[in-house]
Design a protein around this ligand. Structure first.
Ligand code: IMP
Length: 463
């Protein structure tokens, strides 16, 4: 970033004293921040808090299905593709090769940031990153509709069982499938070669035409798509670079990298609640492939855990509370999707799932978020085991069907009341809240390093 950009500021911000001291990583290493549940844990806030101690914030997975919110001085910024570190001067936002990038959405997100006075000139986009094309989004929607209960074209004698995933319809699955299919996949570097891009778009559309018609859609318009994407490419051109060399050069120069996990561990395509997952490796395990940085460079891992459970889309959620408790959490926590606006399913904290996710990521610190949302509930429950066929287990099962069959075993604690949102240290918290945090730490076996008691940067406790 230019000096001018640093001075004009991505913005000057009020610093909570805590944020500058938490994290930072050691020179020449990477630190990861990942969600330990089904997403929406508050990773954006944690990354934004930590980013000042780092030289780059690197997205390595997912696409515009992610929605990270950062609240600065009461103003809420929603990010989908741009790394959350964009609000910090001297911290380079890098979209690495493992991300699937909707070029039209990225251009519009960058424009929104510029309008808000944010300098985006040093956002780096990997030349290897695959592009989410308009036909991927269309395919995502058509597939979901075809697999849902009221699907069109289902034979009369078919049982209309809902097999949809409840995706964000941002084209994530079809784009990763295209990447695996190879010859028709479009990468960011193709934006620099219009003839090659047009050829790929032509082939990809030709293969899709009959499928789209069969599913009740229109065949994709090759020329319109190619031109719209190439137009986005003219804006993105200065950002496209070889981020593998960029990141290795930074590490070699002793710089610190912060890896920003999008989506979350229980949505990981290999280790989550398959098939109700997203299509990338959202855990720390996705970092090496998604960036080109080898695993031994990853030092600390902050696992972000909401103080209760939420989930959007379909799939098992053993601790879901469909009634009063769930509604109360949804309203107090404003649990509506950043990307789609869908109401989130809400429930108690599942410690069995949290411990599994912490284990997979090699988590070194926990950040417990949205603790304030639980204030005022008479009692709190945490799930400490699953009962399966009369037996209790502390293990998280391998797939969704098995998880659907478990019965959660709860531990009940007294609720806490009083002012939580102004706490600046653990001793400011009501005793009940401290007992709750202690239980999380003890069960998961990882120390709590950050507690968030409100959306603003300043509402953060460093432990
Ligand atoms: P997709 O990633 O759009 O294919 O959606 C697959 C599943 O992951 C759906 O249940 C989505 O609701 C969920 N999902 C994807 N990204 C996020 C996220 O960032 N937060 C929460 N849920 C997500």
């Amino acid at each position: 970033m230019t000096e001018q950009a640093a001075a004009s500021g991505r913005r000057a911000v009020r610093e909570p004293a805590a944020a500058a001291r938490v994290g930072g990583g050691s020179p020449g290493s990477g630190t990861a921040v990942v969600g330990l549940q089904w997403g929406d844990e508050g990773k954006g806030k944690v990354i934004d808090l930590l980013a000042d101690g780092f030289d780059a914030v690197v997205r390595y997975n997912g696409g515009a299905n992610a929605g990270h919110s950062v609240v600065i001085d009461g103003v809420r910024h929603a990010l989908h593709l741009v790394p959350s570190g964009v609000f910090r001067p001297r911290c380079r936002p890098v979209i690495a090769n493992g991300v699937v990038v909707d070029p039209i959405a990225l251009v519009s997100e960058l424009a929104g940031l510029v309008k808000a006075g944010v300098d985006v000139s040093d956002v780096a986009l990997s030349d290897r990153a695959h592009l989410v094309m308009p036909y991927h989004k269309e395919e995502d929607g058509l597939r979901e509709r075809a697999l849902s209960a009221g699907r069109s074209g289902a034979a009369e004698d078919e049982v209309a069982e809902d097999r949809s995933i409840g995706t964000t319809k941002r084209g994530i699955g079809p784009a990763y499938a295209e990447k695996a299919n190879r010859s028709t996949a479009v990468r960011a570097r193709d934006l620099l070669d219009p003839a090659e891009l047009r050829r790929k778009v032509h082939d990809a559309c030709a293969l899709r035409g009959p499928l789209f018609e069969r599913l009740g859609g229109d065949p994709p318009d090759v020329d319109a798509i190619a031109e719209a994407v190439l137009e986005a490419g003219t804006t993105l051109r200065p950002h496209i670079t070889d981020t593998v060399y960029l990141l290795h050069e930074m590490l070699g120069a002793g710089k610190r990298l912060l890896f920003e996990g999008a989506n979350a561990t229980l949505l990981d395509v290999d280790h989550g609640t398959y098939p109700f997952v997203t299509s990338s490796n959202c855990s720390v395990l996705g970092i090496p492939a998604g960036t080109g940085v080898p695993p031994h460079r990853i030092g600390a891992v902050t696992g972000v855990l909401k103080a209760y459970g939420t989930r959007v889309g379909a799939g098992p959620f053993p601790t879901e509370q469909a009634g009063e408790v769930g509604d109360r959490i949804r309203e107090a926590g404003n649990e509506y999707g950043t990307t789609t606006g869908r109401p989130r399913r809400c429930g108690w904290l599942d410690l069995v799932a949290a411990r599994y996710a912490a284990m997979l990521n090699g988590t070194t610190t926990l950040a417990v978020m949205l603790l304030d949302v639980l204030a005022g509930l008479d009692e709190l429950r945490v799930c400490t085991a699953y009962r399966v066929g009369g037996e209790e287990t502390g293990r998280f099962p391998a797939d969704a069907r098995a998880l659907e069959r478990v019965e959660p075993v709860y531990e009940t604690m007294a609720g806490f009341a009083g002012e939580v949102t102004t706490a600046t240290s653990l001793s400011d918290l009501p005793p009940g809240a401290r007992v709750y945090l202690d239980r999380i730490e003890e069960y998961v076996g990882v120390p709590v390093g950050i507690v968030s008691v409100g959306p603003d940067r300043a509402q953060t406790i460093e432990v």
